[in-house]
Ligand binder design. Structure first.
Ligand code: FE2
Length: 190
């Protein structure tokens, strides 16, 4: 049984109990998220079967932001950073993550692919503060994940990288919103 309000209250409590130690907050919230998505069907029932792609902010403070993130079928998003730690817990579908790093000695705005991780329902991944990733939903149905960030994710200054030339620019919230809208109305989409 997953209760959305109780889950958020547990995360809030973990953040306030460890207020002066960002690593301790991350560890405590990771454990709460891992316990929740260990029963992905319960989270799916608690949050509701996703019907469209989008970023639903469930809770937001200076310490943590909790997001219900739904990817459209076969949707991808360009490389971006968060400038804070992040946790990904999948409760339905799959997320393929490519991790990127800046290239020493090259143009500091450019990045190169450095690794990948494919996450399925029940998996939790921890992303450090400096991580750059891009995400693909490789399957033919919606993917749902709880993402938790170690700060006010909505207000954070951060970067994205052009998907074609891999050049850094400021994160464009309007472009991100458009990506999700287009993913919802595109041919064959939800
Ligand atoms: Fe991200």
């Amino acid at each position: 049984m997953f209760d959305r309000d109780r889950f958020i209250a547990e995360c809030q409590d973990a953040a306030s109990r460890n207020a002066t130690d960002d690593n301790a907050i991350r560890g405590a919230v990771r454990d709460i998220l891992a316990r929740a998505v260990a029963e992905p069907a319960a989270v799916l029932r608690g949050l509701g079967e996703p019907s469209r792609a989008g970023i639903d902010v469930l809770y937001r403070s200076n310490q943590i932001t909790v997001v219900n993130l739904v990817w459209a079928r076969r949707m991808s998003i360009m490389p971006h950073n968060h400038n804070m730690w992040a946790l990904i817990g999948i409760y339905t579908g799959r997320e393929d993550n490519i991790f990127w790093r800046r290239m020493p000695g090259a143009d500091p705005r450019e990045i190169t692919a450095a690794g990948a991780r494919s996450l399925c329902a029940g998996d939790v991944d921890v992303l450090g503060r400096d991580i750059i990733h891009s995400v693909l939903n490789p399957i033919d149905r919606l993917t749902g994940a709880i993402h938790i960030y170690g700060g006010d994710f909505v207000a954070a200054e951060r970067s994205q990288w052009d998907a074609e030339n891999l050049r850094e620019k400021p994160f464009d919230h309007a472009e991100a919103r458009r990506l999700f809208e287009e993913a919802n109305i595109g041919p064959g989409r939800a």
